[in-house]
Structures are given as structure tokens and as C-alpha cells.
Ligand binder design. Structure first.
Ligand code: TUI
Length: 315
């Protein structure tokens, strides 16, 4: 499938693997890039040396284009911004903020820059600042989210900017991909679907919870603190909601202590009681583990089939 995004990035399928902190390391990113999508290594809050090694490991597996993500709330965002230049990363995505101050340096280094945006206003600013594309992410997605859902966000961003738009949030099969393309997107970014992939190196417990999830298994915590996060409804998420509701100095301190390191506890330890298992609403549709190559091929083939024959439904 050829779109402005496959052309821009030099990839086969217009599918970007969302950067997921602690999760999107070299096995996953290299598998997606090797299979013809764009794999992304998540910077997260990891030390620069760790991410440099992840990039090099991914390069040892594939010489196809590779992306890296910088989570702008991260304390080491400045160092990761330089690392991307030093390691000649082809594509950078950013999340959870405005990457404006880095844009000129990245563009000078020849890096393709695709900020994640959750509003039309930021999309316009990013286009003006020289972004090559924007990723419009709806709040159906997992992890840190904005206010709008994918359906209204994507066409409004498409109308507002002249650069290609990638749709994200709630997309995990060819139906979602076809819908995104009809809304005017040139590609999709998916995170949750890759949690259910063979190459994703997360705890067995995390995969089990994603496969067992239903449509109503996720919840948003962190709204009062201004950093809303979607995750599976586990004991930790319930505890966060209770502490937020109490809203006392003591409960908010307890909340901060409980959430520190809780994503790592989910990803690495499979700690059901204390882990934060970030996931999008689409987890309810995932019932089996598949190789990344199958996910990319299956999604694209289904989208092509639907788009080619859609008119027949209304004859
Ligand atoms: O960044 C994400 N998703 C993430 S980051 C993350 S790590 C984390 N861990 C614990 C607490 C918080 C985060 C897990 N998931 N997605 C991209 C994204 N960016 N979604 C929404 C936004 C966003 C929101 C507001 C981008 C910009 C923005 O406004 C910035 C501005 O200045 O207008």
C-alpha cells in the first residue's frame, strides 16, 4: 500500500509501531521495521546509554528505517534529543508535550520528525515548526492521552495542516485502518496490538491481561494531576482512582509513591497488584499472540479489501 507516509519514511506498510515506555525495545522495534512497518524504540525515562545500546541492537537485526521516541515529560529528554542525532535515527516521534525547542536541530540533522498531537492547535504549531508529519492520537489509546477521541480529532487535524497525518488511538485491525484512511490519514500508529505480538518482550501476566481484556477493561487515572493515563482496570488502577477521589495531601502523596515505577513492575515483573498495565480500549479485540509481520500484513490486506469493495455494501 502506497501513501504519503510510506513514501516519506521509505517503508512498505503505512503502519507505525507506537513507542511504549519500557516495552518498545529492540526486539519489537526491529521486528516491525524488518517486516516493513516503522519500528520505534521508546526513550522513556531510561538512561541514554541504555537507549543507545537498544538502537545498536535493533540496527544489528535490520537495516530498514528505525524510529525513536522522546517522551517530553522525561527528565532526560535533552540528552535523548542529542542521542537521536548522534545515532542517525531516521525518524523521531515525540509524546506528551511540545518538542518545538528541538525541531531545528533535528531538521538540520535530516531526521524526519513526527510529533504526537492531541489537538488541532498543537498540530498547526508543529506544521509551522517544520514537522514532516503529525500523529493525531485519540484518547482511546493506552498510556498518556489527551481529551479528544480519534474520530473527531483526525479529520480536524487533516483539515488544519498540509503535512501528512497519522491516526492513532483505537486502531488494531484493517477496519480501523481503513476508517482512518477514509478520515484523511496517510497512515496509522498502533501500540496495543503489538502488546499481543510474539516479539513483544513483556511479562506473561501483561500479555495474559491484554488477551483477556474486554471492551470495558480500561480506565483513565491521573486526570486530577493533569496527566491522564489509560490502563487496564487492575488493583493498582482502582487504588489510584480511590486516592484521587479522596484528594487529601496524604492520599496524593500515597498516590505518587504507589505509581512511581509501577509501569516497570507491570512490564518486567508482571506484578498484578502493584503494576500499571497501560493499554488502549481496543485490547478487547485481541485474542491471540501473532508475529509482527502477520499483524502488519493482515491489517493492510484487510484495509485494502474493505476500501476496494466498500461501495458494494450500498448497491
Ligand atoms: O505520550 C504518549 N503516551 C504515553 S507517554 C507514557 S510514559 C508515562 N508514564 C507515566 C505517566 C505519564 C506518562 C505513556 N504513554 N502519547 C502521546 C501523546 N501525547 N498523547 C497525548 C499527547 C499530548 C498531550 C498534550 C501531546 C501534547 C500535548 O500538549 C502539549 C502542548 O503544549 O499543547
Amino acid at each position: 500500500m502506497k501513501t504519503k507516509i510510506t513514501e516519506l519514511l521509505g517503508i512498505e506498510y503505512p503502519i507505525v509501531q507506537g513507542a511504549m515506555a519500557w516495552i518498545a525495545e529492540h526486539h519489537l522495534a526491529a521486528a516491525v521495521s524488518k517486516a516493513g512497518g516503522l519500528g520505534i524504540i521508546a526513550g522513556g525515562a531510561a538512561p541514554v546509554d541504555v537507549i543507545r545500546e537498544e538502537i545498536r541492537q535493533a540496527r544489528a537485526i535490520t537495516d530498514k528505517p528505525l524510529g525513536m521516541n522522546i517522551m517530553l515529560l522525561s527528565p532526560n529528554a535533552d540528552d535523548l534529543a542529542q542521542l537521536a542525532i548522534d545515532e542517525k535515527i531516521e525518524v523521531l516521534t515525540t509524546g506528551a508535550g511540545n518538542p518545538g525547542k528541538y525541531m531545528a536541530d533535528w531538521k538540520n540533522a535530516g531526521i524526519k520528525v513526527m510529533p504526537v498531537v492531541a489537538s488541532v492547535a498543537l498540530a498547526k504549531r508543529m506544521a509551522r515548526a517544520g514537522a514532516d508529519a503529525v500523529i493525531a492520537e485519540g484518547m482511546e489509546g493506552g498510556g498518556h492521552i489527551g481529551e479528544l477521541t480519534t474520530m473527531p480529532l483526525v479529520p480536524q487535524v487533516v483539515d488544519a495542516v498540509d503535512i501528512p497525518v497519522i491516526a492513532a488511538g483505537g486502531i488494531a485491525d484493517g477496519r480501523g485502518m481503513a476508517a482512518a484512511l477514509l478520515l484523511g490519514a496517510e497512515g496509522v500508529q498502533c501500540g496495543t496490538v503489538f502488546l499481543a505480538s510474539d516479539e513483544c518482550c513483556i511479562s506473561e501476566k501483561y500479555k495474559e491481561l491484554v488477551l483477556k481484556a474486554t471492551d470495558i477493561s480500561t480506565v483513565v487515572t491521573g486526570r486530577p494531576s493533569g496527566h491522564p493515563v489509560r490502563s487496564l482496570k487492575t488493583p493498582m488502577a482502582r487504588k489510584c482512582l480511590e486516592l484521587e477521589k479522596a484528594n487529601t495531601e496524604q492520599s496524593l502523596e500515597e498516590l505518587e509513591a504507589a505509581t512511581a515505577g509501577s509501569l516497570r513492575k507491570a512490564v518486567q515483573d508482571g506484578n498484578y497488584e502493584e503494576g500499571t498495565f497501560m493499554s488502549g480500549q481496543i485490547a478487547g479485540m485481541l485474542h491471540e499472540l501473532r508475529p509482527c509481520a502477520d499483524i502488519l500484513q493482515g491489517m493492510t490486506a484487510q484495509a485494502e479489501e474493505l476500501l476496494r469493495h466498500a461501495y458494494k455494501r450500498f448497491e
